[in-house]
Write a protein that binds this ligand. Structure first.
Ligand code: ATP
Ligand code: MG
Ligand code: FE
Length: 340
């Protein structure tokens, strides 16, 4: 039976339908950046209201596209953390309401697990990665290396000590006078620049482990702007520094998990071609990069993670509370919910 996925943890409003085998029946994403742009970042209150305004209609839309009604569904999965609490409440409440109305199971999905399991979807890669594989999650809110050992079995190998990598792109872009969110703008500007023109630090390069740090790089970009370097050269040099750091950290992660079968990249920054190229060369592992629309925040991945857990017997209680903080390490393999 089809499963509905709902995503509302940050600034993407998304809904998707998968059939019981994981094939995509319909999907929709709305990115709220225009609503937040003049504040230079995601405003939680605005995000929650924007989800509330669009989500139900978007669910109607994907159901209509697939020719289904809520009664045809086998389950509903909604992101229940980590993320901004207002948006999480909007999405989880809608999901619970639909599950209650249709008398079907509800699953509260961890957003990071959804990113982690996306690469296992049927049809994405010729051979889906076998466990354990490495995940490098590079988004606006997260930057971490994770050993994915099974559903609900994650070991965080390293994380950022300061900014997430997407945040670093956005701050560097702002210093270069680009609109928010600046990652993609910065990449376009960098295309016309010389990556060797501006000496920038490569934080934590060759240090043991695979933690990340980007705040020193941001400071160096601010100084380079002050010194009058060409903007395109700063952009290209910044991008090259980030790519080199990510590649170095991925190399360390691969050494920490010698059994790894693949390196999977996820998160909005995976759109960056310099980052992808550096990661592809960093380790002998095959680099698996899902299509861009499935790297950024989306509901297909939420429905898929929900389906994986549903198949393993999990059902969540309708009382499940959304969690703003919900680290991957807190997850457990699928388990049928205790009788509430
Ligand atoms: P999270 O998923 O961690 O909760 P988020 O919603 O900010 O946070 P995503 O939607 O996955 O994350 O990604 C958005 C981030 O990706 C932004 O910081 C944006 O600047 C960055 N980004 C998008 N495209 C590119 C690109 N081509 N190069 C670099 N960064 C990019
Ligand atoms: Mg986003
Ligand atoms: Fe995300």
């Amino acid at each position: 039976l089809p499963i509905l996925g709902i995503e509302s943890s940050c600034d993407e409003t998304a809904a998707a339908l998968l059939d019981g085998t994981g094939q995509i029946l319909a999907e929709a994403v709305f990115t709220q950046s225009a609503e937040h742009a003049r504040f230079g970042g995601v405003v939680p209150e605005i995000a929650a209201r924007a989800h509330l305004q669009r989500l139900a209609g978007m669910v109607q839309g994907v159901l209509a596209e697939a020719g289904l009604t809520p009664r045809d569904l086998g389950a509903v999965a909604a992101t229940s953390g980590p993320g901004l609490i207002g948006g999480l409440i909007v999405g989880a409440s809608l999901g619970k309401g639909l599950a209650l109305g249709a008398g079907i199971p509800f699953l509260g999905v961890n957003h990071l697990e959804a990113h982690a399991l996306t690469a296992r979807m049927p049809g994405l890669f010729e051979t889906p990665p076998a466990y354990p594989f490495l995940l490098i999650l590079v988004s606006g809110g997260h930057c971490q290396c994770v050993a994915v050992e099974g559903i609900g079995r994650y070991r965080r190998l390293g994380t950022t000590l300061d900014d997430a990598v997407g945040e670093a792109f956005d701050k560097a872009a702002k210093l270069l006078g680009l609109p928010w969110p600046g990652g993609a703008h910065l990449e376009r500007l960098a295309a016309g620049g010389d990556a060797g023109a501006v000496p920038l630090p490569r934080p934590l390069l060759r240090r043991p482990g695979c933690d990340f740090s980007f705040s020193g790089l941001k400071t160096a970009v601010a100084q380079a702007v002050g010194k009058g370097y060409r903007r395109e050269d700063i952009a290209a040099s910044f991008q090259a520094a980030v790519a080199a750091v990510l590649a170095d950290r991925a190399r360390h992660a691969a050494a920490m998990l010698p059994e790894a079968t693949a390196l999977v990249v996820a998160g909005g920054v995976a759109a960056n071609q310099a980052v992808r190229a550096a990661l592809a060369e960093a380790t002998p592992l095959p680099l698996l990069a899902p299509p861009l629309r499935l790297c950024g925040d989306n509901a297909v991945m939420v429905a898929w993670a929900g389906l994986e857990r549903l198949r393993a017997g999990q059902r969540d209680a309708l009382g499940l509370a959304p969690r703003p903080r919900w680290p991957l390490g807190d997850l457990a393999p699928p388990a049928p919910a205790p009788q509430a």
